[in-house]
Design a protein around this ligand. Structure first.
Ligand code: ADP
Ligand code: 5GP
Length: 216
């Protein structure tokens, strides 16, 4: 299967004009509700939108490569970076540490990209809290856009998790249990999209991004 999430890294640099206000697009969703389907389509259609590569202490899965899918760090390295204040946000998700390096996001924005952060609800909350301490002109504050994607129901989410066929029963049960509590945070996001009909949800996602660019 083509790996769209990290495809851009291997592409030729694009000759494009810099966006005047690069966006930092934060997307959270319970696992299985269609976030990758929607976000992959977005980066496909808009080459100037690029995924942010996070750090994690979990083991690489399958074909995952260091520096491409994640920066895979030991717990000691991760904690060292926390101590040095290198993370914009970090959280413990399913027993492992995950975090977004400030440098990763700022570098991409300075290069002229809009950055897409696929992070959990705890990370998004931390970002909102730290944003208000930044100067109004700071690129991260200016570009911040947060979107929560929900499934139409927990029953439909269960169907999609099973239909995807990538997870064991135990993992599916854990994801469903987490989904219910993640959905309680949906109201904290500026935009909420229910991924019922895929085309409709994608249209809404595009509308949010284009309005963030002042084009909506
Ligand atoms: P996530 O990235 O949120 O974990 P995926 O993008 O992998 O979720 O989607 C989970 C499964 O649901 C996939 O098999 C995908 O094809 C399917 N799916 C995504 N959106 C919809 C939709 N609107 N209706 C039905 N199935 C969908
Ligand atoms: P996975 O291990 O399946 O790649 O990711 C598990 C969860 O961690 C997902 O919900 C994903 O959104 C979240 N995640 C990935 N990177 C980050 C990050 O940098 N920060 C936070 N807070 N969550 C992340």
């Amino acid at each position: 299967m083509e790996d769209k999430k990290h495809r851009l890294i291997e592409q030729e640099p694009q000759v494009v004009s810099r966006p005047s206000r690069p966006l930092m697009i934060v997307v959270s969703a319970p696992s299985g509700c269609g976030k990758s389907t929607l976000c992959d389509r977005l980066v496909d259609e808009f080459p100037r939108i690029t995924y942010s590569v996070s750090c994690t202490t979990r083991e690489p899965r399958g074909e995952e490569k260091d520096g491409v899918h994640y920066f895979f760090l030991s717990k000691k390295e991760f904690k060292e970076r926390i101590k040095n204040g290198e993370f914009l946000e970090w959280a413990k998700v399913h027993g492992n540490y995950y975090g977004t390096l400030e440098d990763t996001v700022l570098f991409a924005m300075e290069e002229g990209s809009h950055v897409l952060l696929d992070i959990d609800v705890q990370g998004a909350k931390q970002l909102r809290e730290s944003l208000i301490k930044l100067d109004m002109r700071h690129p991260i504050r200016r570009g911040f856009t947060d979107i929560f994607i929900s499934p139409p129901s927990l029953e439909e989410l269960e169907k999609r998790l099973r239909g995807r066929g990538t997870d064991e029963e135990k993992v599916i049960q854990k994801r469903l249990a987490n989904a219910a509590s993640e959905m309680e945070s949906a109201n904290e996001y500026t935009f909420q999209i229910v991924n019922d009909d895929l085309e409709k949800a994608y249209h809404e996602l595009k509308t949010v991004i284009l309005s963030g660019l002042g084009l909506g």
